[in-house]
Design a protein around this ligand. Structure first.
Ligand SMILES: O=C(O)[C@@H](CO)OP(=O)(O)O
Ligand SMILES: [Mg+2]
Length: 439
């Protein structure tokens, strides 16, 4: 049996992400020189956010300026090639937890501020993938074990707003969730059909069919209500029943709307469309979501309030938590300390898992485990700046999270994940499970 799989080589380079910004790619070679096994080389690429939460682990960029300028990641690359290589060469790749602890220890901070979470994550993911290759099992089975068989329900972003698009839509993401099937490929087909119908509807109304960062359409729309009406129409035109077969999920990304000085949420798009400034306080935000959820089949709401508003989150959960999934993204940042706090306070009832928010694979797995133990759901998520690496598709099946958020079906960096899930579905054959997470 394979017990010792030494890390022999490690090499990082700068590559481009889906927004054309530099990001980190890491290549790890394991096993070379061990009698009886071959060497295996695996590679991983690191995603990058735009609406980043302030409590996320640090993404090391070469200058501390606006990252939309495409600032380099050479420092992070150098950290992999020098400090991290020195620390992990010769160590056993099969001991993922230990490798991830070395990464945390070598960094020495609480937020990966020294090495950069982009440096540590690239290594952590590449080590996992190389180990799976050496074990000759798929990554989802290596990470999740022999019972990993649950395919996630897509939370497919079909209309983009907020800081992911240059339009008047204030809430960041409007997503559809195919719930009325027990088969992943069918679910994906249903979602893609609705996406195409939405495009036709927008075209017919002379609305813009250009897309945002995650591939969802990005037209100028009066307000969230009008967005939801367009989506309802697309669902119906595709021949599906909203609410029964297709649920709607929203990511408000409210930290981006929050004006700290005034203590209110500002809706710039709605203000522009109506000609007067639209502001909502924490209580009004809750009421606003309540009315949206009454009038539309909303099943999930992410970051409905900002990342410091624990009191508001408690109220939101009290008001809506019994019938809506309330997902903490910026609130929890895939961090067990913040999640533990949320669980104690009864804030939210689900967590968004983004591997680069925390910087190692096992820390992300810890967060999923803590959530599930506490009865919280988990949603495995991409970033708005993505790569062709499908790692999170395997992670979603490995954890049995039951939900994945990975964008619209018109951009290859998003389809890389959907297509990997199709392969996993095929690999599992009749054992693949696909279930409505809310029933
Ligand atoms: O807010 C989010 O959930 C994500 C992904 O959709 O966006 P970003 O990667 O820009 O933080
Ligand atoms: Mg979010």
């Amino acid at each position: 049996m394979l017990r010792y799989l030494p890390i022999r080589k490690i090499h990082a380079r700068q590559v481009l992400d889906s927004r054309g910004n530099p990001t980190v790619e890491v290549e790890v070679t394991v096993g070379e020189g061990v009698i009886g096994i071959n060497g295996y080389t695996a590679r991983a690429m690191v995603p990058s956010g735009a609406s980043t939460g302030k409590f996320e682990a640090v993404e090391l960029r070469d200058q501390e300026k606006d990252k939309y300028l495409g600032l380099g990641v050479e420092k992070a690359v150098q950290n992999v090639n020098t400090k991290i290589a020195e620390a992990v060469l010769g160590e056993n790749a099969l001991n993922q937890m230990y490798i991830d602890q070395i990464l945390q220890y070598t960094d020495g901070t609480d937020n990966k501020g020294n090495l950069g979470a982009n440096a540590t994550l690239g290594v952590s993911m590449a080590v996992a993938r190389a180990s799976a290759m050496a074990m000759r099992i798929p990554l989802y089975q290596y990470l999740g074990g022999c019972h990993a068989s649950r395919l996630p329900v897509p939370m497919m972003n079909i209309l983009n707003g907020g800081c992911h698009a240059d339009n008047t839509v204030d809430l960041q993401e409007f997503m559809i969730m195919p719930l009325g099937t027990d088969c992943f490929p069918e679910a994906l087909r249903m979602s893609a059909e609705i996406y195409q119908h939405l495009k036709c509807i927008l075209r017919q109304r002379n609305m813009n069919t250009g897309v945002g960062d995650e591939g969802g359409f990005a037209p100028d729309v009066k307000d969230s209500r009008q967005v939801l009406e367009l989506i309802m129409e697309a669902i119906e035109k595709s021949g599906y029943q909203p609410g029964k077969e297709i649920g709607i999920a929203i990511d408000a990304a409210a930290s981006e709307l929050y004006d700290e000085e005034r203590g209110v949420y500002v809706f710039p798009g709605e203000s522009q469309m109506t000609g007067e400034e639209v502001l909502r306080d924490s209580g009004e935000m809750i009421h606003y979501y309540q009315t949206l959820a009454q009038d539309f089949p909303v099943v999930s709401l992410e970051d409905g309030l900002h990342e410091d508003d624990w009191e508001g989150w408690k109220n939101l959960t009290k008001a809506l938590g019994s019938h809506l999934q309330l997902v903490g993204d910026d609130l929890f940042v895939t961090n067990i300390k913040r999640l533990g706090c949320g669980i104690r306070l009864d804030a939210a009832n689900a967590i968004l898992i983004k591997v680069n928010q925390i910087g190692t694979v096992t820390e992300a797995l810890d967060a999923v485990e803590m959530a599930h133990r506490a009865g919280y759901r988990s949603v495995i998520s991409h970033r708005s700046g993505e790569t062709e690496d499908p790692f999170i598709a395997d992670l979603a099946v490995a954890t049995g999270a039951g939900q994945i958020k990975t964008g619209a079906p018109c951009r290859s960096e998003r389809n890389a994940k959907y297509n990997q899930l199709l392969r996993i579905h095929e690999h599992l054959g009749g054992l693949a499970i696909y279930q409505n997470p809310f029933s």
